[in-house]
Design a protein around this ligand. Structure first.
Ligand SMILES: [Zn+2]
Length: 120
């Protein structure tokens, strides 16, 4: 009798783990550079802040956001218009300079090796 009960308990536990793993929702976002859809965490968020465009590495800043890969090529494409379109603004020269400076610190497959981050 006891053995039978244990079996049922184990079976129910298994069911629960199955359900919870199924229910796990991973938010997906589109990279505005290459239009690839990826889990939010593997993209970098750019946010439209009252003080200007900002790179939101926490992903928690308020404001309209757009997402880009951590790849220079995608930022370059994004800066040509897709990013401004996604954020529904026009990027100022200052914004573009700031963002392209950030983009240059990102790894780029077409460039050899990694450059040191020159943070001031
Ligand atoms: Zn991309």
């Amino acid at each position: 009798m006891k053995i039978g009960r244990i079996k049922i308990l184990l079976y129910r536990e298994l069911e629960v783990t199955k359900k919870s793993s199924k229910r796990k929702h991973i938010p997906q976002r589109t990279c505005v550079g290459c239009r690839e859809v990826l889990p939010k965490r593997s993209l970098i968020r750019i946010v439209r802040h009252p003080d200007g465009i900002m790179v939101d590495l926490t992903g928690k800043m308020p404001g309209r956001g757009a997402y880009l890969h951590d790849a220079y090529a995608c930022w370059e494409k994004g800066l040509k218009g897709a990013l401004a379109q996604a954020l529904k603004i026009e990027l100022t020269m200052e914004d573009k300079e700031k963002l392209s400076a950030f983009a240059k610190s990102l790894p780029d497959a077409s460039r050899e090796g990694k450059e040191e981050k020159g943070e001031s």
